[in-house]
Design a binder for this molecule. Structure first.
Ligand code: AGP
Length: 610
């Protein structure tokens, strides 16, 4: 994944680009760089490491130029290094390119270019693009024609920013499957991967569509398609505010976002419920008639959002009594699913830019099946490509490890299910009223768990030396076991698996020994006794046991001292609570191990490549 930004106007471009890259750093942060044109010369500054390091070097080196392009990288082809950082230049150094995406046929292109004497300086797929453009460039036909010829040879996904010293008064931008937006200012214009990079400068944007090429000068933007036909500009107004998000009193964004969950759940419930028993959604296109026609649901998502989908399956099937299938975006798109006009596909994505989820819904659109997105970023590709949208109202989620979006997405899906189940008369008016009441109680119950934070930190301290963890849950808490495991592994790098407890005897129990820590989600439920059997099996094999239990079950301390109690809650609504201790446990272990909790290695906040 990568973040791209470009500027052309009357300001010095370097500071604008650096500030923009800081806002795009969540898209990848293993290296960063930018190029500016000054008196028909291109200067490039790029380094391995975070944008802050690039900025430190910029302070020592003034780079003047009112046209520039910048890039922050998450390594796909080629390790994180200065040589592999973008921008990349062609052999003459007169053309530079920044790229978001993956060039699938780069090996054959590189072979051909090497044969023609091109000298490559990096291991990246991107570098073939700039050499191809260089190969096709001529002063007669110009840079745009060269870009057009080059992209005809490329297979894969790309959002490109191109500068050329022979035509220094323009940026050429191209989009194919990777998001790219043109920001329209006063005597200045921008290109950017997502609007967060330019919100402080303009709210007027053009969302480039696949196959479109934009020629951006400081006074104008010209759009054309791959064959050179002029394309009319569709100017949108961004409603998103430039939220200067800070950590506030918290040491990390992740901890802040964990603690924000109660207030976000309260906001979601108040926005989407008119009264104690009436739910409504702001997207008027999502009609009652349509919902009553739906006979099956497929939920598509990735990562943490996929775990939300797994919980939602239990809830929606209980509320709607229709089949709810759940699939990973990266799998669904190759499955040739059985779907028809009575299927609703729900896409869950915090960023709305996850390439696998987007690819999946684009397959669905080919079968003209309706798509509802549950998303946190209104200007995102997913929102723009869906038929219906229910925003999760969680505010910007900065930490790579998703926490507040997890519970926000979940409660939105519960509200949808309760509303829809009432519509279908599967749920009585009384059940709807009681269910909404149970949702309203959750934020206060979450806050009670925060009172356990010191205890959870102490448990983290006693367990951070374990080389491997196993998380176990059943029913609606099986996905929570997966989510707790994902949280721990992605920020502490400890090998961690989540499993359905019932599966233990089918193999995973072979893993259990005194060198492994096992987290059991054993809150009060109709399967509590089954979970206690798992606890016994684990203790019999000497593993270190941590239990998530319901307050009042103090007898569980007979099994282990490491018990984290959560308030009483209805089983179906328990995931919004059981996940909290697991988020905190992962956070404390990673902090105690000294890792960068908000920017873990090898990851990015928005996975915009497949
Ligand atoms: C969550 O902690 C991870 N960072 C990751 O799994 C994330 O949930 C996944 O990439 C999906 O992102 P999305 O919700 O923006 O689509």
């Amino acid at each position: 994944m990568f973040g791209i930004i470009g500027y052309i106007g009357n300001k010095n471009s370097a500071p604008v680009i650096i500030e923009g890259l800081k806002k795009l750093e969540y898209r990848g942060y293993d290296s960063a760089g930018f190029a500016v044109i000054n008196q028909s010369k291109i200067a490039i500054l790029k380094y391995k490491g975070k944008i802050s390091e690039l900025n430190e070097r910029l302070e020592k080196k003034t780079l003047l130029g009112s046209v520039g392009i910048g890039h922050t990288r998450w390594a796909t082809h080629g390790k994180p290094s200065q040589a592999n950082a973008h921008p990349h230049a062609n052999c003459s150094g007169k053309i530079v390119v920044v790229h978001n995406g993956i060039i699938e046929n780069f090996i054959e292109l590189k072979r051909d270019l090497l044969k023609r004497g091109c000298k490559f300086k990096s291991e990246t797929d991107t570098e073939v693009i700039v050499h191809l453009i260089g190969k096709y460039y001529s002063k007669k036909s110009g840079i745009v024609a060269a870009v057009r010829k080059a992209i005809k040879k490329i297979k894969g996904s790309y959002a490109l920013g191109v500068l050329c010293t022979y035509e220094p008064e323009k940026i050429v931008a191209v989009r194919q499957d990777s998001p790219l937006i043109i920001g329209l200012g006063k005597k200045e214009n921008f290109i950017v991967s997502d609007v967060s990079g330019i919100l402080e400068y303009t709210k007027r944007v053009i969302y480039l569509e696949d196959g479109q090429i934009a020629v951006v000068t400081k006074d104008d933007v010209e759009l054309s398609d791959i064959s050179g036909n002029k394309v009319l500009k569709k100017i949108d107004k961004i409603t998103q505010k430039a939220e200067h998000v800070t950590k506030g009193k918290f040491p990390h964004f992740m901890l802040k976002e964990i603690y924000e969950q109660p207030q976000i759940l309260s906001k979601i419930i108040s926005v989407y419920t008119k009264s104690k028993s009436t739910i409504f959604f702001t997207d008027s296109r999502l009609s009652k008639e349509f919902l009553l026609k739906v006979q099956s649901v497929i939920i598509v998502a990735c990562g943490t959002s996929y775990h939300v989908a797994m919980v939602a399956k239990y809830a929606l099937e209980s509320f709607l009594r229709i089949p709810v299938l759940v699939d990973l975006g990266s799998e669904f798109r190759y499955r040739d699913p059985v779907i028809n006009e009575n299927t609703l596909v729900i896409a869950i994505s915090q960023s709305g830019e996850t390439a696998d989820t987007l690819a999946a819904i684009r397959e669905v659109k080919k079968k003209s099946v309706k798509i509802l997105s549950i998303c946190n970023v209104l200007g995102s590709s997913l929102v723009r490509e869906s038929d219906y949208v229910i925003p999760i109202l969680a505010g910007p989620e900065i930490s790579v490890a998703s926490t507040k979006a997890f519970t926000a997405q979940m409660i939105v899906l519960y509200l949808l299910g309760i509303y829809w189940g009432g519509l279908k008369r599967v749920l009585s008016k009384n059940y709807v009223k009681k269910a909404i009441e149970k949702l309203r109680e959750l934020p206060e119950k979450q806050k009670k768990i925060f009172n356990m934070d010191k205890n959870i930190k102490a448990i983290a301290k006693r367990h951070l030396h374990f080389g491997a963890f196993l998380y176990l849950g059943r029913h609606v808490n099986y996905p929570i076991a997966l989510e707790g495991a994902l949280k721990l592994k992605e920020i502490s790098y400890i090998p961690t698996e989540g499993y359905a407890s019932g599966e233990m005897k089918h193999g995973p129990i072979a893993l259990i020994d005194e060198y492994r820590a096992v987290v059991c989600i054993a809150n009060d439920s109709f399967i509590f006794d089954k979970m206690i059997s798992n606890v016994q099996e684990i203790l019999a094999r000497k593993a270190k046991l941590i239990i998530i239990a319901t307050k009042g079950r103090e007898q569980l301390n007979d099994y282990t001292k490491e018990v984290i109690f959560i308030p009483e809650v209805d089983e179906l609504f328990s995931p919004m609570l059981t996940v909290i201790p697991l988020q905190l446990l992962a956070y404390h272990i990673a902090v105690l191990k000294g890792y960068d909790v908000d920017k873990p290695r090898n990851l990015a906040k928005s996975v915009t490549v497949e």
